[in-house]
Each structure stands twice: as C-alpha cells, then as structure tokens.
Design a protein around this ligand. Structure first.
Ligand SMILES: *Cc1c(COP(=O)(O)O)cnc(C)c1O
Length: 237
C-alpha cells in the first residue's frame, strides 16, 4: 500500500466534503460542481493514485505534458487543457482533450474551429476571461466579447459551453469573490443578449485557495491542484 495513495485519498475526501458543504450553503446539489484534479505539478505515480481512487477529470496546464500523459492512460480519463494553448499544439491536443478551458483570443477560437473541422471533431471549449484586467494574466477582455459571440455563432466545430477565469494573484478573497461574481454576470448578460443563440452553462472558476467562494458565486467546475497533494513530497526532493 502506498502512503501517497492514503494521503491523496484523505485530501480528496476533504476537498469533496468542502465542495459539498459549499454547495449546500448555497442551496445547490453537490453534483452541480465538477472537481477537476490539476496534476501539472504531480508525479506520475500520484496521477495513478488519483485514478485508482476514482478521479477521472484531470487538468494539465502545458499541452506538451498533457500529450505525454494522455498517451500513458486509457480513454476513461477526461483531460482538461487549463493553460494557454499555443496554435502549433492544436492539432495534437484536440483529439485528446474533453474540454479546452482557455480559448483566449478570437484567432485561437477560429484556429481551433478550423482544425476541428479538418479532424471531423466537435470540440467543447470555454472562453478564458481576464475579468480583473491584470496585464500579466491571459484571457479575453470583457470588451472583446461581442466579437467573440459573433465568431462563436458561425463556428461549426467548436461547442462553446461557458466561461473560465482565474482570481487575481493577490490572495485577497474579497477580490476573488468579485472576480467570480463578475464572470457570472458576463455570462448572464451574454445569454440574455443572445437569447437562444448561445447557451453558456459552464463556469470554470475556483482553485485550492478560493473554490468555496467560487461555488457560492456559481462555479460548475473547480480546478484543484495543490489541495489534493498536500503533505506529499516529490520523489528526489
Ligand atoms: C495550477 C492551476 C490551478 C490549480 O491551482 P491550485 O492552487 O494548485 O489548486 C487551477 N487553474 C489553473 C489555470 C492553473 O494553472
């Protein structure tokens, strides 16, 4: 028995309990929030442990690492691309991902649509929004959204499912809450303006330090990395 497995199991149960409690506090079903285990800093052995205890949604930041790891596991794993997707990686990444969270420009949206068409795929995507406007952060600015909606409605091989954001790097939880609330408002406004032409049910927001706040503000997907691997040390460290 690996002790890493026991540690990960304990961490997972604790995160799941906190998700359930946050859902209950806001009158939501626990099943309305999907946990995506972010494995960008995790050893391969820990990824195996996660799978052994039933986790199936895994997130990677770097397309290269997603590609390498996806090859090592069967297709019961749903891979989520949660970091910037370079255009020269699109062709390889599309067949392996269940959701791209990080469409961060109109050009990338068009490029994904074009490659998906060539590969005869329909690719679920989210738009990454830079709500706070921090220059260091990737993502579309809210001002760009009208053009994005026009583009999305003519894309035939991407399925736009919702929005994604990251809280400002300040660790100020009130700022995080405002960011998450703003993402939800952007979604609500867009759905209202585009009545019937687009539906954006998914909100990917919340990480280890702020997922409960994100759930209260309407997150349907939380992306959790460090919280699952607390108490573990990488081999060789
Ligand atoms: C690393 C990362 C996460 C997970 O962050 P933790 O604080 O480790 O939970 C979530 N989303 C994105 C986009 C990330 O890059």
């Amino acid at each position: 028995m690996s002790t890493a497995l026991e540690t990960i199991r304990t961490n997972l149960l604790s995160v799941q309990d906190r998700i359930a409690a946050a859902c209950q506090a806001s009158g939501r079903e626990a099943s309305s929030v999907k946990l995506i285990a972010v494995v960008k800093y995790a050893e391969l052995a820990w990824v195996r442990d996660l799978l052994e205890i039933g986790v199936r949604d895994l997130g990677e930041s770097r397309p290269q690492q997603l590609l390498q790891r996806a090859e090592q596991f069967d297709d019961s794993v749903s891979w989520h691309q949660i970091g910037h997707l370079q255009r020269n990686k699109i062709r390889k990444v599309l067949p392996l991902t269940s959701l791209i969270h990080t469409i961060d420009s109109v050009k990338l949206l068009q490029a994904v649509d074009r490659v998906a068409a060539e590969l005869s795929l329909t690719v679920p995507v989210l738009l990454q929004i830079n709500v706070s406007g921090e220059p260091s952060k990737g993502g579309l600015s809210p001002a760009e959204l009208p053009v994005v909606w026009e583009t999305a409605t003519v894309c035939t091989h991407v399925e736009l499912q919702g929005l994604m954001t990251m809280a400002p790097g300040t660790r100020d939880l009130e700022e995080a809450r405002e960011t998450f609330a703003a993402l939800r408002r952007l979604r609500d406004d867009a759905e209202q303006q585009l009545r019937g032409r687009l539906s954006l049910p998914e909100l990917s927001m919340g990480m280890s330090g702020d997922f409960e706040i994100a759930i209260k503000e309407g997150a349907t997907m939380v992306r959790i990395g460090s919280g699952l691997f607390e108490g573990l040390n990488p081999a060789g460290a």
